[in-house]
Write a protein that binds this ligand. Sequence first.
Ligand SMILES: [Zn+2]
Length: 146
Amino acid sequence: MANKVNLTGQVFGHLTAIKDSGKRARRKDGSSAVLWLCQCDCGKQTYVATSSLTTGQTTSCGHVKAANLETGADHHASMLTDKVPATSHTGYRNISMTFRGSRWRYRVAVTYDHRQHGGLRDTLKEALELREELRAKYWPGYKTQK
Ligand SMILES: [Zn+2]
C-alpha cells in the first residue's frame, strides 16, 4: 500500500472525500497515513485516514443517524415511504451528493436493466422530482405500488 490512493470525490457512506488534507496520521508501524478532508452529509467536515475509508470503518463524521431527518423538512418527504438505508448519502435512496466544480449537487441514479439512469440537480426538491420521474419511467408498476 505504498502507492498513494486518490479518493477525491469518492463516497463512503455519509462521507465524500474532498481532498488530501495534507495532514498525516502516524500508524503503529511508523508509516504515515493520508488524512482525507471529508464532507459529511450532515454538513460537518472531518479528517479520516485512507484505510478507515476504504475498509468501511468510518462512514460518517460521527453524527447520529437521526440527523438525516433534518432533510425531511422538505415537503416532498411526506410522499416518501422508502426506508432509508444507512449507506445512503443524502438519506434518500437513489440520491447522493456529489462535488462538481465548486459546489455540491444532488446526483440521482436509478438502476434499470443493469444501466444507471440519472442526472445532476441543484436542489433536493429537484432531485426528488427527477427520481420520481425516472422511477415511473423505468420501474414498471412503480406508481401503482404507492
Ligand atoms: Zn455527519
